[in-house]
Design a protein around this ligand. Structure first.
Ligand code: IMP
Length: 434
């Protein structure tokens, strides 16, 4: 039987704890592949009391023998990536061509993309998206526009790069000066810096799509590591309050350069409650003492920007939409430990608008809906030391059972703390865990 790949994606608005689950599953994979987003992501892994926060590096980097891939669908900020490589190497996790490959076709986040992201956000006033200002939207805009784009492969061709940088900086200087009155950038300086980045990354750059397709033919197992969460998907999320790439499992084939069948088993990460950073609709938000309590217990502050996250109850209606979109096979439930201490917990099971039940969820029309909640009893004990489903208090087990029922999918993994071993393997069929 052919090996089954596995895809791990977020089912809410990001920050579902993908880093830890990817790290747990990586030991059974030969490749771990990022296929969307860029340095807007913040994936953290805790190993032996040490915390590693990564933005671009796939979370398979901590396993010997795993080849980590930054595929064509990612936008790569070379300054951030080189910083991560340096930091990991300094902390005893060596990174090089043996364990990291970067796609020739991935697009490069340039300094003017970061600048444009901040300037565009400021100019939006009350209509701000609340982006991470990492240059993600402007870089994907140039990718779609083609004429002003730089790909990782271009960094390896000196004369092509020089021609592109000169031409692009000329256009950007004119645009930035007209729109924002910004000072002109020096093309020579941008070129020198970009060339230097290219020189350092070159040994790791290749056609990663071809590499992965060969791996599939050779029967090697691949994990696709999603960034952000489904409700931030450019096409299927709460548009326009979304990020600029396809972050659901639908983004895997295009973003990694593999056939749709290669997606394999889909594990959907769902936080036991909901959080969101930045603007946009959030029907179950608790902008009150409940939300503050979740924020403090869950340390819900952005890994990338440090911003306090908006917090609220679990929205099973929205998660069900995400489950169906990506064909999720099973769920990984994270941060269940954060909910200890509440007398009761609420789960949103549907929306109503104008007194009528909403039948089909339209994520671009979530503002102003009224949530239908069911209430479950809470539990008081801490869950940090639970290692089997039976160790959980009866009320926590009931909460998990209810999620399985509402989403019609088994909960395969339950995370009860940030450390690697704070995990309960439950109803899983994922190869290597079951
Ligand atoms: P951008 O991706 O920086 O353009 O930001 C667009 C929206 O996506 C903003 O609301 C961000 O807060 C959100 N966002 C982007 N990346 C992440 C992430 O990794 N976790 C949570 N939210 C994110």
């Amino acid at each position: 039987m052919p090996v089954q790949n596995v895809t791990v994606i977020g089912l809410q608005w990001g920050d579902e704890g993908k880093g830890k689950v990817v790290d747990s599953l990586a030991r059974n994979c030969r490749y771990v592949v990022r296929f969307c987003g860029g340095a807007n992501a913040g994936h953290s892994v805790n190993i032996a009391g040490e915390r590693f926060a990564m933005h671009l590096m796939p979370c398979g980097i901590f396993h010997a023998g795993v080849i980590n891939v930054i595929a064509n669908g990612v936008v790569v900020d070379p300054a951030v990536l080189l910083g991560e490589i340096e930091e990991l190497t300094r902390r005893g996790v060596p990174v090089g061509p043996a364990n990291l490959r970067i796609s020739l076709a991935a697009h490069v986040v340039m300094p003017y993309h970061r600048q444009a992201d901040s300037l565009e956000e400021q100019s939006r006033g009350a209509g701000k998206i609340g982006t991470t200002t990492r240059g993600i939207g402007p870089c994907y805009s140039d990718k779609a526009g083609r004429f002003l784009a730089i790909r990782v492969g271009d960094l390896l061709d000196d004369s092509l790069l020089a021609e592109k940088v000169k031409r692009i900086i000329e256009v950007k200087n004119r645009t930035f000066s007209a729109l924002y009155g910004s000072a002109a950038m020096d093309a020579g300086q941008v070129l020198a810096e970009t060339r230097e980045f290219g020189r350092k990354l070159a040994p790791m750059v290749c056609n990663t799509g071809a590499l992965l397709r060969r791996a599939i033919a050779d029967g090697e197992r691949i994990m696709f590591e999603g960034g952000q969460g489904t409700m931030l998907d450019i096409d299927h999320g709460t548009y326009p309050f979304v990020t600029s790439s396809l972050v659901s499992a639908c983004g895997v084939p295009g973003g990694a350069g593999v056939p749709p069948k290669a997606v394999g088993q889909v594990v959907g990460l769902v936080k036991a409650y909901t959080t969101r950073v930045g603007a946009g609709p959030f029907p179950t938000e608790q902008d009150n003492a409940i939300g503050s309590c979740i924020r403090e217990r869950g340390r819900e502050y952005g890994t990338t920007t440090g911003r306090p996250r908006r917090c609220g109850w679990l929205d099973a209606f929205a998660v069900r939409y995400a489950v169906e979109l990506s064909g999720v096979d099973e769920l990984a439930l994270s941060l269940l430990d954060v909910l200890s201490g509440f007398d009761e917990l609420k789960i949103c099971t549907g929306y109503r608008r104008g007194g009528k039940a909403v039948e089909l969820l339209d994520p671009a029309r979530m503002d102003g809906v009224e949530c239908v909640y069911e209430t479950l009893p809470g539990w008081s004990g801490e869950l940090d030391n639970c290692r089997s489903f039976g160790d959980l208090p009866a009320e926590a087990r009931r909460y998990v059972d209810r999620i399985e029922h509402l989403l019609s999918r088994p909960v395969g993994i339950i995370s009860v703390g940030p450390q690697r071993d704070q995990i309960i393997i439950h109803n899983t069929k994922v190869v290597g865990l079951s």
